[in-house]
Design a protein around this ligand. Structure first.
Ligand code: C5P
Length: 412
């Protein structure tokens, strides 16, 4: 199946102290699947070397209008056409002024004039420079022409002062920029229910059994489904992540609560994606008080927690397209295929865990299986993998007939 070509971002770096964050910004954009071409101003080179930005972007950095060899390869007009979006981060007060007044006396300002791609700037400067009437007027002019102004944030500044003028953090800038790019809305008009995070099964009021899960993959899938045009209900176990904008989040603790919340959200759902690391067992009873450590050995009797994924796949009426996740430490494909068939799923996304892989990390790798199909989505940042997975779900859901759910869900 063809994957869409990566987004092409032209990143302009100008001469402010926040340029030290530019390599991280390049990384954040690339882990979200973008290709990044860095263009530096002369001032930027006082804060960060082109070699560093070349190393993280994987492309030679461009910094002058007068480089004959670079112009022979891709001249400044081609470069301006190549970009799907231009982000200038950090954008100094001087650069904003030059941009507002249409200067074209270096490569970056020329590209900004010559591109038809959306343009965003992330201002970074001392709070008084940001508040100065000249800067305010320049920013208002740029905004009125459709330039997106990302930030700045408020906080401690490199000059020792505190106030407005800090560049936004790289991860936030990457999200803001990529969210503005037109995407294929493969799930437009569909309702998607997604579970994420771990569950907690209480032993007593202060102790619980849980699974290792940060929720990052499930939250990334929720954002990708939202960006693909879906109405998203995210049923989340306890995680340290903020609710994604534009997504309805339902917070739960235990597997039973997650089961109830999922089935309450399912009416009208077209797709169910179970990324949660649901506990397989829960204590038979929750001790009403904290258990004292008097005995040498303690037995906690466990019973099976509800199999949420299996129950959705077994629905006879209103059954959505059902996608499960499988975290495996060995024989990834074999175990995942057994789960796909055993639980009568429509699709399963398998990731290898253990040995420092997947858990609590920002990247992952996914192998996706469905009846009659297989696609290795490779490795990458979780947001980018989530986007690839959502594109695949949209395509496969359209092309395969759902298996009839007329036999009981098997066990894996
Ligand atoms: O069998 P295993 O736990 O590896 O299956 C993982 C898949 O099943 C995930 O999609 C997970 O969300 C789902 N699951 C569930 N209810 C359970 C256990 C797992 O929905 N009790």
């Amino acid at each position: 199946m063809d994957s869409p070509r990566p987004a092409r971002i032209l990143l302009g770096v100008t001469g402010g102290i926040a340029a030290y964050k530019s390599p991280d910004l390049v990384r954040r954009l690339r882990e979200r699947g973008a290709e990044v071409q860095v263009v530096m101003t002369r001032g930027a080179a006082n804060f960060i070397t082109p070699l560093t930005l070349q190393a993280v972007s994987g492309r030679p950095v461009r910094d002058t209008l007068w480089d004959g060899s670079a112009e022979a390869a891709m001249d400044h007009i081609e470069l301006a056409r190549w970009a799907d979006a231009v982000l200038v981060a950090p954008a100094t007060a001087d650069f904003l002024a030059r941009l507002a007044h249409g200067h074209a006396d270096d490569l970056l300002s020329t590209l900004c004039l010559a591109t038809a791609a959306p343009l965003a700037v992330a201002p970074a400067m001392n709070r008084l420079m940001w508040g100065n009437a000249a800067t305010r007027a320049n920013v208002a002019l740029l905004e009125s022409r459709g330039v997106a102004i990302f930030g700045p944030g408020t906080g401690e500044q490199a000059c020792g002062e505190t106030g407005e003028g800090r560049m936004l953090e790289p991860a936030e800038l990457a999200e803001l920029l990529l969210a503005r790019l037109p995407r294929e809305r493969v799930l437009a008009g569909l309702k998607v229910v997604i579970t994420a995070g771990p569950t907690r099964e209480l032993i007593d009021p202060v102790r619980f059994i849980s699974n290792r899960s940060s929720g990052k993959m499930g939250y990334a899938v929720a954002c990708a489904a939202r960006d693909a045009g879906a109405e998203v209900v995210l049923v989340s176990g306890p995680v340290a992540l903020p609710a994604p904008a534009g997504v309805q989040r339902v917070c739960v603790e235990s597997a039973e609560q997650m089961y109830e919340a999922v089935h309450a959200a399912l009416p009208g759902a077209d797709i169910y994606i179970g990324t949660a690391a649901v506990a397989d067992y829960r204590p038979v009873a929750v001790a009403p008080q904290k258990i004292k450590k008097t005995a040498e050995n303690l037995r906690v009797e466990l019973v099976r927690a509800p199999d949420i994924l299996g129950s959705v796949a077994a629905l006879r009426q209103g059954r959505p397209f059902v996608v499960g996740f499988a975290a495996e430490t060995e024989n990834l494909e074999e175990h995942a295929r057994r789960k796909l068939l055993g639980k009568r799923l429509d699709m399963i996304a398998a990731n290898r865990v253990g040995d420092g892989l997947a858990f609590d990390r920002d990247d992952n790798s996914l192998l996706v299986l469905w009846n009659g199909g297989r696609e290795d989505l490779g490795a990458g940042g979780k947001p980018e993998l989530a986007r690839r997975l959502v594109a695949l779900i949209g395509a496969v859901r359209c092309s395969v007939r759902q298996a009839p759910a007329d036999t009981a869900a098997g066990e894996s």
